[in-house]
Design a protein around this ligand. Structure first.
Ligand SMILES: Nc1ncnc2c1ncn2[C@@H]1O[C@H](COP(=O)(O)OP(=O)(O)O)[C@@H](O)[C@H]1O
Ligand SMILES: Cc1cn([C@H]2C[C@H](O)[C@@H](COP(=O)(O)OP(=O)(O)O)O2)c(=O)[nH]c1=O
Length: 214
């Protein structure tokens, strides 16, 4: 049985993450892997209920952080850890880096409190923290993301924030990426084909796909 593999996709709203998840799933399935595809906030009935609240209701940043971490705890326990134990590839559209970027950098909430919540929620039996093995960070200037989103879909609470909010979120991702080698920066300011080529190259460089899977 293969070892489980946890991959997350991150970036500001409109950066192009969702546009590549189908292809990622197909790539790993073609290599004979079982894929669990999921998202945050969400991924379980309880976490999806919390997602609806977080994306639609006004609340202070501590409340928001507690709700996204509560959703994450349920998701980790019910879905992510069991899938990794089965040997699945877990493709997760956003994980904790989004909390540091949105609630931390975007809303200005205390990063030390977020780090404490992260340790509580992601602690494993051996005291190590559950983290993705690879985080594909789709990096796109906020002005271009806003142009791409204009008219594409009805904006939710975060998507209707001004461009300055997304500048802070983007700098939050950059700070997190500078600390963690699991981050791979994808230049998302390219055509869909060129973005996908970068994703494939990162997976190959990190030994996550072989030539036989391409
Ligand atoms: N490389 C690209 N060039 C131009 N438009 C893109 C590109 N990738 C995605 N888009 C479009 O930009 C919008 C946001 O993409 P999406 O994948 O939904 O972003 P995210 O999931 O990161 O919010 C969509 O309308 C999508 O069709
Ligand atoms: C996971 C997570 C997401 N978010 C935000 C980022 C996004 O604006 C939103 C949902 O993300 P996403 O699923 O990317 O939205 P969409 O379905 O519209 O593509 O939630 C947080 O603020 N904190 C978090 O911890």
């Amino acid at each position: 049985m293969s070892a489980g593999l946890f991959l997350s996709l991150e970036g500001i709203d409109g950066a192009g993450k969702s546009s590549h998840i189908d292809a990622l799933e197909a790539l790993f399935k073609a290599a004979g892997r079982q894929v669990t595809r999921t998202r945050e906030p969400g991924g379980t009935p309880l976490a999806e209920t919390l997602r609806t609240l977080v994306l639609n209701e006004a609340m202070d940043p501590l409340t928001e952080s507690l709700l996204v971490f509560a959703a994450r705890r349920d998701h980790v326990v019910q879905v992510i850890e069991p899938a990794l134990a089965r040997g699945d590839v877990v493709l997760c559209d956003r994980f904790t880096d989004a909390t540091f970027a949105y609630q931390g950098a975007g809303r200005g909430f205390d990063q030390a409190v977020l780090a404490t919540l992260e340790r509580w929620v992601q602690a494993r039996d051996d005291a190590a923290l559950l983290q993705p093995a690879l985080t594909l960070w789709f990096d796109l200037p906020p002005e271009i993301a806003a142009e791409r989103l204009a008219g594409a879909r009805l904006p939710d609470k975060f998507e209707s924030q001004p461009v300055e909010f997304f500048r802070r979120v983007a700098s939050g991702y950059a700070a997190r990426a500078a600390e963690a080698p699991r981050f791979a920066r994808i230049d998302a300011n390219r055509s869909r084909e060129q973005v996908w080529a970068q994703v494939e190259a990162v997976l190959a460089e990190r030994g996550l796909i072989g030539r036989h899977t391409r």
